[in-house]
Design a protein around this ligand. Sequence first.
Ligand SMILES: [Zn+2]
Length: 448
Amino acid sequence: MIISGATVVTSLDPVHITRDDVHVKDGRIAAEGGGERHDCSGCLVVPGNVCAHTHLYSALARGMPYDLEPPEDFLQILQRVWWRLDRALDEDSVRASALVGGMEALLSGTTTLVDHHASPNAIDGSLDVIEEALSTLGVRSVLCYEASDRDGPERARAGVQENRRFLDRVRRERPPLARGLVGAHASFTLSDETLSSCAEAAREFEVGIHVHAAEDDADERDAVALYGLRVADRLAQAGALDERTILAHGVHLDREEIRLVRAANASVAHNGRSNMNNSIGRARVGSFGPRVVLGTDGIGSDMFEESRTAYFRLREDDRGIGPDWPLRRLAEGARFVGAAFGEQRLGKIEVGAPADLVVLDYATPAPLHASSFPGHWVFGLASRSVRDVMVAGEWVVLDRRLTRMDDQELAANACVQADRLWKRLDDIGPHEFEPKGGRRWPSPLMIE
Ligand SMILES: [Zn+2]
């Protein structure tokens, strides 16, 4: 396969651009390929986007009815929305959400999803269902099940076991497009026993832990009240904080914790739109260091939109942030996923790299070169320009349509499943789990 005629962004950090043909052979970028020519004249080719933190199970929740009292804080959002939805999930709705979420990812130019899954009444085998759905579409993925004690010790153990079962399968079968992490919900719903089983599984399978950390202040209050430790300290003491760890949000990490996370070389997934949507506060992403990656936390998988919003939110009170900032974050997300796949070049369009790329139909209104590209990314490029998408050397989107499944059929089936899921929600009340830290800090001295 030869991709010809395009302007090719071979690297996002640093930005590098060529006008050479791209050769693809055996799933990788090659020096020479030959064979079929794919005309991309006038197009821009970029590395596939990575969404480094998402929840595909939320794909069927869009516009979901809500009849309870409005939530007053983040905990009530979990109790009244997400922890009802996840208990209503069954195998069919997990599959439908992975398929429709995966479809939207590809159509918006996202080739890799780092997913964090919960379905407390359908735990066993759920990661296989997601893996199969995404692999069928041709989405690359890094999957985990969020172990948690909020639904009792039995489900906590089943959650850890689902991670182990999947990681064992991945180790034996090496599915070409999927890898695993050990998933854990968040400090405030994890007992010491569950947290240490997660750390043990991560050590045994030599993978990272994917966990929400200090998303809301309640997570910190609970850790201090129960263990006398801040969240990052608790994770570190449990052996759950190292260079393979990915922490989601980190909004309420204090300066000491940020130092600890940076010293451990752990990644932090910033989910700007989700943070705003839940009114949980603003992450100090500027102080998190180089290992900040971007996620959507389940608000679709459009990384053009996510990276643009994150940029403007930061820029609102810091003119020092440049438009290259979101590109560096996306490159870092690809590096994280590349480490999980043992593919150092993932996220680049260079010889030897897995051929994950996106063809953008972009009639540039101003000269496009390495120094102007970040400006085009933030002020012009969007998922509406996504024409073709390649993952591991295969076209999975051509002319804005999936190549392996029928878009319309898949969306129609998702609507049927969403309707059933929403009906089941009527019988599920707010979750009763309460963290121990209370609604406020007991003493002002305990706030940083
Ligand atoms: Zn999340």
